[in-house]
Structure formats: C-alpha cells, structure tokens
Design a protein around this ligand. Structure first.
Ligand code: HEC
Length: 120
C-alpha cells in the first residue's frame, strides 16, 4: 500500500507506521460510519464534535506536535533507544485523538482491556 493511500478502518488503521502522514487524517471517508454495526463517527459527527470544543481538538493537535518535535531532536542525536520510547508516546498521541473523534465507542472497550491486562 502506497504512502498516503486510504486504508480500510477495520484492517488495523490504528496500528500505524510512522510514514502515515497527517494528511491521512483528512475527514471525508465513511468506511464504517454507517449501517447497523457502525463503530465510527460520520464525517459530520466528527465535524460537529470538533466545533463543539475546539480547545480539546487543538490540545490533541498540540500533543501530537510536541512529541513530534521531541522525535526530531532524538533523530538528530541518533539515540535509537530513546526513539523507540518516543515512538510509543507518539502512537499514544494518535490513538488518544482517534479514540475521542474517530471511534469513541471503543473507549470503554479499551478501559476494560486495560483492567484485564492489569489483572483487576
Ligand atoms: C487531532 C486529532 C488527531 C490526531 C492527533 C491524529 N489523528 Fe488520525 N484521524 C483523526 C480523525 C478525526 C480521523 C477520522 C477521519 C475520517 O473519518 O475520515 C482520523 C483518521 C486517521 C486515519 C484513517 C484515514 C482514512 O481515511 O481512513 C489514519 C491512517 C490516521 N488517522 C493516522 C494518524 C496517525 C499516524 C496519527 C499520529 C501520527 C494521527 N492519525 C493522529 C484525528 C487525528
């Protein structure tokens, strides 16, 4: 699959490689946002959510921006270990926004999985 190409949401869109660009996030697709088992918000719902609280939306963007700036510094230092750790934080910055705006229905699922992983 080429860089920037659309991928299906249910094929693990959240297990992303760093080469996926922010351009991939442009709202517009409806892949799994209609029908009885829809797990994703529609583009209109996403837009409404963004407009209802632009502070939260901007905070998510800011979080992504900050970790990316750190990653750039780490790359300059060529510190592979730190890069791997920063990569996880970067992934969380993507995921935390997706859980809020893309597939919020999975928020509870994630909490349940977390609890199970921690053996609670
Ligand atoms: C500020 C919020 C936000 C952040 C941060 C964010 N995303 Fe997204 N992303 C979205 C939203 C909202 C969608 C759903 C768009 C839609 O329904 O078309 C999305 C969708 C996507 C898609 C699917 C695109 C499609 O049309 O199927 C990919 C791939 C993606 N994001 C990658 C990433 C990666 C990689 C990162 C981190 C480097 C990231 N995103 C960070 C908001 C965000």
């Amino acid at each position: 699959m080429g860089k920037g190409s659309r991928r299906r949401r249910d094929d693990g869109g959240r297990h992303l490689s760093l080469e996926d660009s922010e351009a991939d996030c442009a709202a517009g697709g409806r892949q799994n946002s209609v029908g009885p088992d829809a797990s994703e918000l529609t583009p209109d719902q996403i837009k409404a959510k963004i407009e209802a609280d632009t502070v939260l939306w901007n905070a998510k963007i800011e979080a992504l921006r900050n970790i990316n700036l750190q990653v750039l510094e780490i790359v300059k230092r060529k510190d592979a270990k730190e890069l791997s750790e920063a990569g996880e934080i970067l992934d969380q910055a993507c995921e935390s926004c997706h859980l809020e705006y893309w597939y919020p229905a999975e928020k509870d699922l994630m909490k349940r999985l977390d609890r199970r992983l921690k053996g609670q």
